[in-house]
Design a protein. Structure first.
Length: 166
């Protein structure tokens, strides 16, 4: 699909951009908020450091590799099932009604694809993906994402055609 404008990916998170704009050396020193009554500055570290430490520990030390592989398989299967249903629902010859097309959970499929990507990152953090597996798993996730993008466009086109005809 051609995109206009062509999309780009920001490789730095918002925290790094905020750190640059606030001229701080650590993301934990970023001003998260200023209390309106007192003017007290609350930092990113005060708000998010404990969370960051726990998620890091989970990702690198606690996440169960066997369970992660199961989750990946389950999320992938559910996403693929939704995408298969979307193909029939949004096909040119489909007789589905507007409400059914509007309510079809393309965004649910998107969420499942994101979960697959997240589980991949957890497996990678745990050192559970070999070089050979890495390429294959990334290709599987790419297939999901491409399928979601196509379903999203098809849903929009079908609904636009219904609005135009109605």
């Amino acid at each position: 699909m051609d995109l206009d404008p062509i999309c780009g990916e920001i490789t730095y998170g918002l925290e790094r951009i905020a750190g640059f704009l606030q001229d701080v050396d650590s993301i934990y020193d970023i001003v998260w908020a200023v209390e309106p009554d007192t003017g007290k500055r609350v930092t990113y570290g005060e708000m998010r450091l404990a969370e960051e430490e726990q998620f890091t520990a989970y990702s690198f030390d606690y996440a169960d590799v066997g369970s992660l592989w199961k989750h990946l398989g389950l999320y992938e299967a559910e996403c693929l099932a939704l995408l298969e249903r979307a193909k029939g629902l949004f096909a040119a010859e489909s007789k589905a009604d507007e409400l059914e097309m509007k309510r079809f959970p393309v965004l649910g499929a998107y969420e499942l694809a994101l979960k697959c990507s997240h589980v991949f990152n957890l497996l990678d953090a745990r050192g559970a993906i070999s070089v050979t597996e890495r390429v294959g798993v990334m290709a599987r996730i790419r297939t999901l994402v491409v399928g979601v993008a196509k379903a999203y466009v098809a849903q929009g086109e079908k609904l636009a055609a219904i609005d135009k005809a109605g």
